[in-house]
Design a protein. Sequence first.
Length: 156
Amino acid sequence: MTAPEPRDPALGTTRTSLPIMLLRAREAVMARFRPMLHEIGVTEQQWRVLRVLDEGGELDVSTVAHRAAILPPSLTRILKSLREKGLVAIRRDRDDGRRSLAALTGTGRDLILGAAPDSAMIYAEISRLYGMERLDALMAEIDALIGTLQDEPDEN
């Protein structure tokens, strides 16, 4: 077995790679939520879309894609699946037929409300383990990083 080629020191280690560390943090958090999502029958991406629509009401699908951090081609497939499950309604904008609008149905709203207690318990456990003050500070720092690096202002 040969030794690996020397790595470029400019790359640093994966332990200090911001994209990899953010992905690892996401995985650690989502591991807590996945059983709940499985139980209610939605994927992580579907849950993000449902949460965005719950928070924003009826929205243009490009706004949903941005807020849910989902690429538009993927969102098309996700919205189709959510519509088939009766959780989301999609319609053409009356003023601009090129735009599609999405909104939660009553069933979608009920799903969110039904999952809210479990979601809150998971979040509370993360807060207990990590510390609420540290979690608040982390969220503020991540928000600042996003605000510094993104090309366009957030519409939230």
